[in-house]
Design a protein around this ligand. Structure first.
Ligand SMILES: [Zn+2]
Length: 174
């Protein structure tokens, strides 16, 4: 994994994240690693569904597993609250290296270290892309209480809506 600076066509300096592939997954037929990998799904995990339900009960409506307008279409957002321009992620403790529960598996340790570090670098790059396109990035850990998280997000939505300019007063295209 390397992080380098470069410049785009506008001449602005920006950070370039170079993804160094950890290579093919090591054989993990009988250890905890394979159980983790089997359990992992890209979208619709139990903590994510619990939070989505909690948001729904608070009257919030959103898109699920979509790219945010103005950003790389391959970076999908778990929950997109379009009106408030909030991009919400529910990060799994293992894959996103939660400070409380994240750990590098002992078996194939070096491979996992590169792999998991790559996920974090990619997350920060996704955050930067979203922020520069005007989205507020909110990340919730899978271990967070879904009701508390939903309260926090509902408050952010209210605050962002109150601040947002009326689109009708903006020029065409908005
Ligand atoms: Zn955790």
């Amino acid at each position: 994994m390397t992080v380098a600076t470069g410049s785009d066509n506008s001449g602005r300096l920006h950070v370039v994240y170079r993804y160094v592939d950890a290579g093919p997954a090591p054989p993990a037929s009988s250890d905890a690693t394979s159980r983790v990998m089997r359990r992992t799904r890209r979208s619709g995990t139990a903590p994510e569904i619990a939070l989505r339900r909690a948001l729904h009960r608070r009257g919030l409506r959103f898109l699920v597993d979509v790219a945010a307008p103005g950003t790389n279409r391959r970076r999908r957002v778990d929950v997109l609250l379009r009106g408030a321009r909030i991009a919400l992620f529910i990060d799994g403790c293992f894959w996103h290296s939660c400070p409380e529960h994240g750990r590098v598996p002992k078996r194939n340790h070096d491979w996992w270290q590169v792999k998991l570090y790559g996920v974090v670098v990619r997350d920060r790059d996704t955050d930067a892309q979203l922020s520069s396109a005007g989205w507020l990035v909110v990340r919730v850990w899978e271990h967070d209480d879904p009701e508390e998280a939903a309260d926090r997000i509902a408050a952010l939505v209210r605050a962002r809506r109150a601040k947002a300019p009326n689109p009708r007063t903006l020029g065409a295209g908005g």
